[in-house]
Design a protein around this ligand. Structure first.
Ligand code: FES
Length: 147
């Protein structure tokens, strides 16, 4: 199996069986993301322990890429400090926007999303959850749009 097939399988798996899907009723923070190009929406719920994301869940009405990206993101950031999440955000941003960027080892399974940079319209699908997470970390409740 080559890397492209492996990446495709990771995305299909996370779209069909999204991890951390649902709400957190006692969430400390939440944010809504919206992609005006397609109307897709994503809600994120966070439970914090100081500056650490103790739990994170999401609900989405969106395409396969946005659902898989949110699922992979929640797995990657759960239990992490806010500063480490900001670094991951920057790495993801580079991965999704620079064509020659080699995925950093710290990205783990998130590297599966590198293929979307060939399709500019899909970059917003993959980054919607990350912008939403940034907004949730900045404010107790927030709404963001990819535009
Ligand atoms: Fe709407 Fe991907 S097509 S988020």
């Amino acid at each position: 199996m080559d890397l492209k097939e492996l990446y495709r399988d990771v995305i299909l798996d996370h779209n069909r069986h999204p991890r951390n899907f649902g709400r957190i009723e006692s969430a400390d923070r939440s944010a809504q993301g919206h992609n005006p190009l397609c109307g897709d929406e994503l809600s994120l719920f966070l439970r914090m322990n100081g500056t650490r994301v103790e739990d994170i869940r999401f609900e989405a009405r969106g395409c396969a890429i946005s659902t898989a990206s949110a699922s992979l993101m929640t797995e990657a950031v759960k239990g992490k400090e806010r500063a480490a999440i900001r670094e991951l955000f920057e790495e993801m941003h580079r991965l999704l926007t620079r064509h020659d960027e080699v995925p950093a080892a710290s990205l783990g399974k998130l590297a599966a999303l590198s293929g979307v940079r060939e399709f500019p319209a899909r970059v917003k699908c993959a980054s919607l959850c990350w912008h939403t997470l940034n907004a949730a970390l900045d404010h107790d409740a927030a709404t963001v749009s990819t535009e």
